[in-house]
Write a protein that binds this ligand. Sequence first.
Ligand code: ATP
Length: 578
Amino acid sequence: MKRFRPHLRHLRDVKWHFIGALFCAAVYGISSGFGVPYMMNFIFPKVFAENAAELSRMQILGYALWLPAIFLVRGLSGYLNHYLINFCGFRVLEGVRSDYFAKLQRLPLAFFHKHATGDLISRGLADTNQLQMTLTNSANEAFKQPIIFMGAIAALIYLSFQNQNVVFMLLCVISIPLAVLPIRIVGQNLLRRARQVQSSMGSVTERLSENLGALKEVRAFGLEKREEDRFRDTIRSLFHVQLKVVKYAAALSPTIEFLAAFGVSAAFVYAYHVRLPWEVFFAMCGALYFSYDPIKKVGFVSNELKKGAAALDRLEVILNEPESIADAPDATDAGRLRGDIEFRGVTFAYDEEPVLHNASIAIPAGTVCALVGPSGAGKSTFANLVPRFYDATGGAVLIDGRDVRSLTVQSLRRNIALVSQDPVLFNDTIRNNIRLGRPDATDAEVEQASINAFVHDFARAQPQGYETIVGERGTLLSGGQKQRLALARAFLRNAPILILDEATSALDTESERMVQEALRKLMHGRTVLIIAHRFSTIRDAGMILVFDHGRIIGSGSHEEVYATSPLYHRLYDQQQIG
Ligand code: ATP
């Protein structure tokens, strides 16, 4: 239980609900464990006594109402307990999921290269769900069942002393610890199986998300059958491990009941020998039942804890992951930067092998700098170090003479606008998609940015104008419209540094002209790092960096590098630039 403690803090907001739930649990426990056997012992002798015929109608009715009265209290408290504990449970779930999601926002990009999206989704849904069930059910049952148990034992003691049958009571009580044995045996096996279930669940989500992310490819390459087979294999493995959990978990209840039956039959034999009145015998059997039942439930709690521990293991892998790209303790706000970029002896490796070697270069503010080189030469890696998507393994990246690691991440990134090849749009309105560039921008500023990026006309032509929803990942827009929308975002951001991954896919002439025109305006007066694929862009760049195998092998204007760098010369002549 100790491991779960940090997550119980989510119960703080709902402490009154939780206390209410526990109070109801106590009422439920006492009315079950003590109330029912006591009631049996109290009423039966009266109703079945030899002089019962003398009882008035009202008396009979009064006795008869005891049963519904006790069950009403038991039922109501059970109902409220269930409702309130679930209320708290869903709050805990909300808290744990929010923590998990917030953590995902802070983790460095490198983390996501190691974890499949589907698996991360599964951890955020299935594992958090399991954790919530464990936390609330276990906390509730761990409180409720001992009360029922103690109530039942109290009833046993009371009835035994009342009838001077201590031996009977001892007989019952001694057999109780026997029932704990199966819980231990099952628990040991369950943890491992539960871990397998959670991890298999991750694989199923992984398959699903991979497939949904490659709809076109699956159809284009005719992979439907292969995908179906792969999915079936994955859910079949889940089926096997789930069944193993059921095999162990389901064995618990019958084993305990079987042992309890022995207890009852021993009591039966004893009752026969001492000629115990049958109403006392029934009341004691009731108490005995209510003392075994909690043990059974504690068995479930133990199972639940094992499943929860497995889910927690998987969540903690993420929650405890170091946030390597975080603010240094003495980090300062960047303010508005000018945009002088300097790489000072920068080396970078994703894994072991460096992909950027000792890069040293200064890019003055306001320069349009084209990054050129064969595929895999290190251009994107170079650009990604500026907004600290990754941190340099060696050397330093400086902006305006300040090491990027000495600035707060947020303030650094506020100074950078990023336009990627395939811009990501959210399933929201055109206006809100542009506003992502600067969430506090006014409507007029959004419209000005969209005029600059040639979005205004097509936005107004949509049925709902700027309020038109663009579809998931912008599927309702054309390639050129998506690019212009991304440029509008960058206009709105109005950052001194612009990182641009130029699209390779060709657009129709009109669309291309608009994109180029918008780009030219956008680049004006900013420091631009552009992973360039077009001649026009490269020729217009004030500075060209030529990359090869992770090294900068040439820098300068087009004329300079054309004259000095054979690789650039060759790439340019072959028109294979980026
Ligand atoms: P392209 O023009 O094809 O995009 P690039 O010049 O931008 O190529 P980078 O993407 O910077 O090249 O990649 C440089 C090297 O780093 C390549 O060898 C690539 O395989 C490797 N690399 C890129 N991303 C990762 C990653 N997340 N994990 C490990 N290695 C990576």
